[in-house]
Structures are given as structure tokens and as C-alpha cells.
Write a protein that binds this ligand. Structure first.
Ligand code: ADP
Ligand code: MG
Length: 256
């Protein structure tokens, strides 16, 4: 059994229209992979499907995570099992601080592993949080903020990265949407991923721009086009795409 995320021949429809058309992709634990592709090619569809969004209907294919069938798992079960989807944080919840929210999430994860778990003590959790925030060079006061209440784009990203640092998922999927990450947010995400990357974490960065890959050096770059992964290579593939665009990939596909 491979440790990590394995997607085989995934077909997904939205409102009867097929968007993913046989996508196959493996992200082993310990590696950073990037998906690049033109707009409208289905990158966000893949992220939403993995997070179990009800509008996305899987008609064919399989998704495995550590030998478990992801498509048969409830949404919260997926995250408790160690699959992290960065945009999967709740909207503003009045009166809940980021620290409280993170502690609840840690306890849910612990109970998923052991139903008898009594949960992390407040003292123990504070220590963990302090440690992880220091490693990410974050101001400890940030954890006292109310969740997403007036968070800027950069702060939302910072909260996501902190959530990742505290939950320690095995696979994290980050969909950098086209809404245009500002430089600050880009830096927070990149530095966070770089600080957390290691043998126990696999990351899938879905991106519309090559820019973020100047900061996060992926082990593998995948090109997605028309609902499939059509090309994979090393970090140099991202640079090549930045310089030459996607036309050469299209031409190559037509020749096949
Ligand atoms: P990408 O992230 O690569 O830009 P998306 O996954 O967002 O691409 O979109 C892929 C295709 O699916 C597009 O043609 C888009 O118009 C369509 N699509 C995405 N979301 C929806 C939706 N909720 N309803 C209908 N069509 C959608
Ligand atoms: Mg998108």
C-alpha cells in the first residue's frame, strides 16, 4: 500500500457536464507536487471533488488515501484521516478564536485515531500552539483573533498554514484560486509550506500562476488540460510553461 494520495481515472461532472475526464495522479507522502493548467481546465473542480463538495458528481474512477477509499468517506472524516484541504475552513464564527477552533480540530483528529482519547489539555495545547507559531514566525497574538472575523487575504492564508502546522496532515491540498494572491499572501503560503515540508507531509499545490513555484520548489509538476493530467516533469517544467505557455502541450497532444 502506498502512503499518500492516489487518484485513478477520475471522471467528474457538474450539472451533467463532464469536467474531469479520466484524471490520474499520485502524490506520495513526503513530496511536493504542483498542478498547473490554463483557466477552466478543471483544477478547482479537482480540489472541490477531493473535499467532497456535493455539486461535483464522480461518475467514474477512484481516489485512495493511505489505502482508504476517499470517495466513500464523509467530508469531515477525510480531514480527520489526515487529508487537508486548505480552503476548507469555516466562514466567520462569532466568539470562536482561532486557538479554540484549532484545539477542537486537534481533538477531533485525536478521537478519530483513538475514540478513548480524552483530548489535549489546555496547557498542552498552548505549548503546542506556541511552538508551531514560533516555527512559522507568527505573532502569538494572532491565535487570539476571532475566526475569520475581518481577516485579510493574507491573514486567512496565515490561519490556514497555522491549521496545517497544528493538525499535521499527511497530504495537504492547496488551491491557489485565480482571485489573485497578493505578494504577502503568496509569501505566507510559500514560507509555511517550506517550513512544514518533510518526509511526513505530502503537498499538492494547485496553481494558475507559475509565480508561487518560484517560492515553493515542487518535486513534481503536472500539467492539466481539458480535465486530465497530460504532462509531468520536474520543477523545470513550470519554468518552461512560464516562458512558452501551453500551446506546445496542446500541439503535442494533437500529435498523439
Ligand atoms: P480551473 O480551476 O482550472 O480554472 P474549474 O475547475 O474552476 O477550472 O472549472 C472547470 C470548468 O467547470 C469550467 O468550464 C467551469 O465553467 C465549469 N464549472 C466550474 N464550476 C462550476 C459550477 N459550479 N457549475 C457549472 N460549471 C462549473
Ligand atoms: Mg480554479
Amino acid at each position: 500500500m502506498m502512503s499518500g494520495l492516489e487518484i485513478r481515472n477520475l471522471h467528474v461532472q457538474i450539472e451533467g457536464k463532464e469536467i474531469l475526464k479520466g484524471l490520474t495522479l499520485t502524490v506520495p507522502k513526503g513530496e511536493v507536487h504542483a498542478i498547473m493548467g490554463p483557466n477552466g481546465t478543471g483544477k478547482s473542480t479537482l480540489a472541490y471533488t477531493l473535499m467532497g463538495h456535493p455539486s461535483y458528481e464522480v461518475t467514474e474512477g477512484e481516489v485512495w488515501f493511505n489505502g482508504r477509499n476517499v470517495l466513500e468517506m464523509e467530508v469531515d472524516e477525510r480531514s480527520r484521516a489526515g487529508l487537508f484541504l486548505a480552503f476548507q475552513y469555516p466562514v466567520a464564527i462569532p466568539g470562536v478564536t482561532l486557538a479554540n477552533f484549532l484545539r477542537t480540530a486537534v481533538n477531533a483528529r485525536r478521537r478519530a485515531e483513538n475514540p478513548q482519547d480524552k483530548g489535549i489539555s489546555i496547557v498542552e495545547f498552548r505549548k503546542l500552539l506556541k511552538e508551531r507559531m514560533a516555527a512559522l514566525k507568527m505573532d502569538p497574538a494572532f491565535a487570539g483573533r476571532y475566526l475569520n472575523d475581518g481577516f485579510s487575504g493574507g491573514e486567512k492564508k496565515r490561519a490556514e498554514i497555522l491549521q496545517m502546522a497544528v493538525l499535521r496532515p499527511e497530504i495537504a491540498i492547496l488551491d491557489e484560486t485565480d482571485s489573485g494572491l497578493d505578494i504577502d499572501a503568496l509569501r505566507i503560503v510559500s514560507e509555511g509550506v517550506n517550513a512544514l515540508r518533510g518526509p511526513d507531509l505530502g503537498v499538492l499545490v494547485i496553481t494558475h500562476y507559475q509565480r508561487i513555484l518560484n517560492y515553493i520548489k515542487p518535486d513534481v509538476v503536472h500539467v492539466m488540460m481539458d480535465g486530465r493530467i497530460v504532462e509531468s516533469g520536474g520543477a523545470e517544467l513550470a519554468l518552461h510553461l512560464e516562458e512558452h505557455g501551453y500551446d506546445w502541450v496542446r500541439e503535442k497532444l494533437e500529435e498523439r
